[in-house]
Design a protein around this ligand. Structure first.
Ligand code: TEU
Length: 563
C-alpha cells in the first residue's frame, strides 16, 4: 500500500481575481485585494488556492486570452505583488496553483503577432493557418477551411486579410489556437511552466487541455444544431495525441522536482473511460480532471442557453458512475461551480425560501463524495445568480456573441436574454459579497459588473458570527475531510438510486461507515433507510427523524452520520 497523495484530503478554493476584492478602487479585483482577504480562506480551512488568469492580457475573455505568460496584467498588479501573495499563501500553510491557458494565446501575444506577419515567418506554424476552402474566394461565406462552430458561436476561423489565410480559434477570434504538433510550441510552454514552478507556485489548472491536439487533416464536422455549422469536437476533443503531450509535459516540467504539486486538467466532453487514462498515476499525465457530464444534465435541446429542469435521478446516476469508474484507478474532482457556471443554489437549489437549506444541502452532498472538492468564490456564502435586467448588464464574451448570433438567426431577443440570465457565466462573476455596504465591500469605486442587490443580507460579515450560516457549514465539511479518513479515502456506495428527491450514499473505510442523506427538494420526503446506531456528525437542521427503519426529511434537510 502506497501512502495516498496529499490532495486526497485537500479542498481547493477558486479565485476569479477580477471579482474577488479590489484594493485600489478601479472597480476591478486585484492581487493585493486577494492578499488582504487571505484570512477568509484560512478561516474556511481550504488547502489550495487556484487563481484564474492574472497574466498580461487584453481581457477579451477576462484573462483567458494571454499576451504575456510571464508577466502580471497591470489591472491585477505586478510580479512583486504576486510574489507577496504567494508568500502570504504559503505562510498560512496553503498552496497556490495557476491557471494554465495554452490551447490558445491572445491574438496580441508576440508569438501570434509574428506568426500572422507573413506566410514564411518562422512562427507561422505555431498556429493553425489555412487557405480558403477550395473553390471559394477569401472572405466569401463558406470559405472557412472547416465548418466547425466555435464554443463562443460563429465559425472557428477568422480571415487575416494581408496574407489571405484563415487562423483557427475554437473560442473567440481574439484567442487563436496554438499548434501543439509543433515541438517548439511545446518546449516554449514547458519552459514557461518551469519558470512559474521555480518562482514557487504549486501546480496548474489546465484550461481546456483535452482539445490541444487537432486532427491535422482538419475534416468537417457533422451539422447537428440549427446554426448551419458543424461539430468539430471529434476532430479536436480528446484525441490520442493529448496523452502523449501530457506525458511529455510531465517529463519536461514535473519529473525530479521536489515538493508537492497539483495538476488538474479541465476537459469538456471527457468520458469516464478517458478520465481513467488521464488520471492513472502510472501514466503520469494529470492528478485529476474536471469533467462536464453533471453540469450538462439541465441543458435542453437548444444547448446550455435552453435549460430544462434537473432530474435528480440523472444527477445521481452521473456522479455515481464517475465514483465507480475511478474507484480503483485515478481520482475525481468535485465541483458545482466555477467562473463558467451559473450559481448552484439558483440552478439546482432554491435561492428563495429555502436558500440557506438548499445551499448547505447541496454542499453536503458534493463534498462527501470521494474526490477533491473545489469551492468557487462566493459559493461558501451561498451566493446566487445575478439580477440582470438587460443586455447592458452583461459583460461576458460568450453571452454577447451568443446573443448576436441567436438574434441574427431569428430567435426572439427576450427568449435569448432569458436563457443568458439563467445560464450565463456572468452569474458567477458578480463581485464577492463581503459586507452590506453599497458595493458589498468589493470596491470603493464603480465595479466592472454590478454587485448583486442581495448583498445587503447575503454577505460574509453577516455569516462569520452565525454558526448556522452557509459559511460555517462549508467550514465544517472541509474540517470533516481533514479529520475523517473515510471522507478522503472511503469506498463509495449509492443508496436509494431511484428516489426522485433524496440523495443518499455511504462511504466505508476499515470498518468505519459514513452515511450521507439529503432531501434535495422543497417538500417533506421519506424513505426506507435503517442505520439505527449511526451517530450524527453534521446537519443543516437538527436531528434526523428515524423510526422503524424509515427516515423523514423536511425541505432540503441534510445529515451526515458515522458508525
Ligand atoms: O472553459 C472551457 C469550456 O469549455 C466552457 O466552460 C466554456 O467556458 C463555455 O462555458 C462553453 O459554453 C475554459 C475557461 O474556463 C473559460 O473561462 C474560457 O472562456 C475558455 O476555457 C477559453 O479559455
Amino acid at each position: 500500500e502506497q501512502t495516498p497523495p496529499w490532495w486526497t484530503s485537500a479542498v481547493v478554493y477558486q479565485i476569479y481575481p477580477r471579482s474577488f476584492a479590489d484594493s485600489d478602487g478601479d472597480g476591478i479585483g486585484d492581487l493585493n485585494g486577494i492578499t488582504a482577504k487571505l484570512d477568509h480562506l484560512a478561516r474556511l480551512g481550504v488547502d489550495v488556492v487556484w487563481l484564474s488568469p492574472v497574466y498580461a492580457s487584453p481581457q477579451a475573455d477576462n484573462g483567458y486570452d494571454i499576451s504575456d505568460y510571464q508577466d502580471i496584467d497591470p489591472v491585477f498588479g505586478t510580479l512583486a505583488d504576486f510574489d507577496r501573495l504567494l508568500a502570504e499563501v504559503h505562510g498560512r500553510g496553503m498552496k497556490l496553483i495557476m491557471d494554465l491557458v495554452v490551447n490558445h494565446t491572445s491574438d496580441e501575444h508576440p508569438w501570434f503577432v509574428e506568426s500572422r506577419s507573413s506566410k514564411d515567418n518562422p512562427k507561422r506554424d505555431w498556429y493553425w493557418w489555412r487557405p480558403p476552402r477550395e473553390g471559394f474566394a477569401a472572405g466569401e461565406p463558406g470559405a472557412e477551411p472547416t465548418n466547425w462552430e466555435s464554443f463562443f458561436s460563429g465559425p472557428t476561423w477568422t480571415l487575416d486579410e494581408p496574407t489571405g489565410e484563415y487562423y483557427l480559434h475554437l473560442f473567440d477570434r481574439k484567442q487563436p489556437d496554438l499548434n501543439w504538433e509543433n515541438p517548439e510550441v511545446r518546449q516554449a510552454v514547458y519552459a514557461m511552466m518551469r519558470w512559474w514552478l521555480d518562482r514557487g507556485v504549486d501546480g496548474f489548472r489546465m484550461d481546456v487541455i483535452n482539445v490541444i491536439s487537432k486532427d491535422p487533416e482538419l475534416p468537417d464536422g457533422a451539422i447537428t444544431g440549427t446554426s448551419g455549422l458543424g461539430n468539430g469536437y471529434p476532430h479536436y476533443g480528446t484525441r490520442p495525441r493529448v496523452h502523449d503531450f501530457l506525458q511529455e509535459m510531465h517529463r519536461e516540467v514535473f519529473e525530479g522536482r521536489d515538493g508537492e504539486h497539483l495538476t488538474v486538467g479541465e476537459m469538456p466532453g471527457v468520458t469516464w473511460e478517458q478520465a481513467r487514462l488521464f488520471t492513472d498515476p502510472a501514466r503520469r499525465e494529470v492528478d485529476m480532471v474536471f469533467q462536464f457530464e453533471h453540469v450538462a444534465l439541465d441543458h435542453g435541446p437548444g444547448g446550455k442557453f435552453d435549460p430544462k429542469p434537473l432530474d435528480l435521478r440523472d444527477l445521481k446516476a452521473s456522479l455515481g458512475r464517475w465514483q465507480t469508474a475511478l474507484r480503483d484507478v485515478g481520482w475525481n474532482s468535485l465541483y458545482w461551480n466555477n467562473h463558467d457556471q451559473a450559481r448552484v443554489v439558483s440552478r439546482f437549489g432554491d435561492d428563495g425560501r429555502y436558500w440557506r437549506e438548499s445551499a448547505t444541502a447541496l454542499a453536503t452532498v458534493l463534498h462527501l463524495h470521494r474526490g477533491t472538492p473545489y469551492v468557487y468564490q462566493g459559493e461558501e456564502l451561498g451566493m446566487t445568480n445575478a439580477k440582470f435586467t438587460g443586455l447592458e448588464d452583461l459583460r461576458d464574451v460568450e453571452s454577447l456573441n451568443h446573443y448576436r448570433h441567436a438574434v441574427a438567426a431569428g430567435m426572439p431577443p427576450e427568449t435569448v436574454l432569458d436563457g443568458i440570465h439563467r445560464m450565463g457565466r456572468d452569474n458567477a462573476r458578480t463581485p464577492v459579497q463581503w459586507d452590506a455596504s453599497p458595493q458589498a465591500g468589493f470596491t470603493t469605486g464603480t465595479p466592472w459588473i454590478a454587485v448583486n442587490p442581495n448583498h445587503t443580507w447575503l454577505n460574509a460579515r453577516a455569516q462569520y458570527d452565525d454558526p448556522t450560516s452557509v459559511f460555517h457549514h462549508y467550514r465544517r465539511l472541509i474540517e470533516l475531510r481533514h479529520t475523517q479518513p473515510v471522507v478522503a479515502l472511503g469506498d463509495f456506495h449509492m443508496l436509494l438510486a431511484d428516489h426522485p428527491h433524496i440523495y443518499a450514499y455511504q462511504r466505508e473505510l476499515d470498518g468505519t461507515r459514513l452515511l450521507v442523506v439529503a432531501n434535495l427538494c422543497g417538500s417533506e420526503q421519506s424513505a426506507e433507510l435503517d442505520w439505527p446506531d449511526a451517530e450524527p456528525v453534521l446537519s443543516n437542521t437538527g436531528e434526523l427523524r428515524r423510526e422503524n427503519g424509515k427516515i423523514t426529511l423536511g425541505p432540503w434537510e441534510a445529515h451526515v452520520l458515522l458508525e
